[in-house]
Design a protein around this ligand. Structure first.
Ligand code: SAM
Length: 254
């Protein structure tokens, strides 16, 4: 008879190796993202859908993919069994994807309390009115509903997007100097398609939303480093992409 024992140390090493392999694979796909976005976004979308299915069970759930872009996440969430409406201001890349709606995240064309979950990836830093987006997320969720909110925070190593690393000179001086030296960025121009959205002030805004309860705050790509999100200053850089999970409160339903 053979037995297979794994010590806690071996288990930790195995998890570490798996996580490291995952990051190397994602980083490789991200480096080719500009020329070939599909593999990177499909991998992230499949990962997010599997995670949400484990946490909430997606079969039959009615979800909103807020700022859906071309719909990679909408498709992955549907494959996991959810009924998903994708919404975006920009309809570019929508050919062939059904059930997407053009709309503004700060003024959604949906009734109150219509969704079981809101998935919102990498929208927040592209909208001037962060508070407006949070208010709409709260409004369209059913009591007990969940939120997955992630974005690239401003002082993250990729916070300036095409202007990186000029974001470290601040949201005014950085973009000004970038444009003086390189001209306007190809996309995501500061104040038009890109805004400085930080971790601390976003949590502060959320603390004032009585209907939303923050469940966890983690770096999206390295969630095992979750402790960094409680260190002001450090979290603005190390988090890279901040993921806030929330739940719609029952007792404050208006
Ligand atoms: C970086 S893409 C994110 C796409 C996708 N969610 C992802 O994570 O890959 C940001 C998207 O937000 C959309 N967007 C920007 N401002 C918006 C607004 N006010 N309302 C709805 N969508 C908006 C843009 O058109 C763009 O498709």
């Amino acid at each position: 008879m053979s037995t297979c024992h794994t010590t806690p140390a071996e288990g930790s090493r195995r998890r570490l190796r798996t996580e490291f392999a995952r990051l190397v694979r994602l980083f490789g796909l991200w480096r080719n993202e500009v020329g070939d976005p599909e593999p990177f976004y499909s991998a992230l979308a499949a990962e997010a859908a599997a995670d949400l299915d484990r946490r909430h069970g997606l079969a039959g759930a009615e979800l909103l993919d807020l700022g859906c872009g071309p719909g990679y996440y909408t498709s992955a969430l549907r494959e996991a069994g959810a009924r998903v409406v994708g919404v975006d201001m920009d309809t570019t890349g929508w050919q062939g994807t059904f059930g997407l709606v053009q709309g503004d995240a700060t003024s959604l064309p949906f009734p109150t309390a219509g969704f079981d979950g809101v998935f919102c990836s990498n929208l927040l830093e592209h909208v001037a009115d962060t508070a407006g987006v949070l208010a709409e997320i709260e409004r369209v969720l059913r009591p007990g509903g969940w939120v997955y909110l992630s974005w690239t925070n401003w002082y993250s190593p990729w916070g300036g997007h095409e202007m990186t690393p000029y974001q470290y000179l601040g949201p005014e001086r950085g973009p000004r100097l970038y444009e003086k030296r390189h001209g306007p960025p190809r996309k995501n121009r500061m104040g038009e398609g890109l805004f400085a959205v930080h971790v601390g002030p976003t949590l502060e805004l959320l603390s004032r939303r009585r209907g939303l309860e923050v469940v966890s705050v983690v770096p999206r790509y390295w969630p095992w480093l979750s402790f960094v999100t409680s260190i002001p200053g450090v979290r603005e850089v190390v988090t890279w992409n901040c993921l806030i999970r929330m739940r719609r409160r029952w007792d404050d339903f208006r």
